[in-house]
Design a protein around this ligand. Sequence first.
Ligand SMILES: [Zn+2]
Length: 268
Amino acid sequence: MTYKIPILLYHDIESVDCPNEKSNLASKETVVDVSNFESQIRYLSENNYETISINEYFRYIKNEQKSLEGKIIISFDDGHYSNYKLAFPILVKYGLKATFFITTNWLNQQYHLTSDQIKEMIGNGMEIGSHGLTHNFFPDMNSHEIKFELSESKKILESITKQPIHYIAFPGGHYNRTVLRMLEMSDYRGACSCLQGLNSKKTNPWLLKRIEIRKSVSADQFKHIFNPLSIAFYQMVDSLKSLTRRTIGLNTYSNIRSRLYKYYIFKR
Ligand SMILES: [Zn+2]
């Protein structure tokens, strides 16, 4: 069976001495405790997983000779301060790297990354991508607004990193046909969604799938998240979610999203 590559998705990491901005319990579900995060990273390291960037992933996809076997991508959305303060030193300690998708309007704000922290992370092998300008959901915008979000966030990140920014993760994981069409016409090369699953040469480069790691994932569950049965389960959850989204509309859906997760994901 062809090896398919997992892209893990984290948001905020927390510890007692690194508080975060999440005040309500529902959004706390996305905040992973630092000791859990470290044991997950240690597991990947001890089991010889090699982390690659999204950029390297696309190079592997193009090159038939190279195998993706044993490779994994770690990604973070939003640009939280904890990504630098807590996650970054752990990644360095275990010799792993990650891709950080940054919402540029939040840069240098309380609880978020600064430009200097991003530069330091890049200097240590981390990859930076865009997570939009405002974190407003693209399907709620007109095409001019989407275009501005795509190009402006890219421009800001390129001026900080002095590197081309080729990849984006959709805020809230939300996209529609207009967004995908505009990305195809842009300088971007790929996009991460919140669709659950693994990636292969056949995966749409504008809809890379990810596996979201939430607070409630135990060490034992983490070890099993890459097996095909779990993936089939995630895909079923996605179908349920998109059906719900179509039925009740995006706004209402976003409000109850955390509840859906609570019941469907990792609570088998
Ligand atoms: Zn986000």
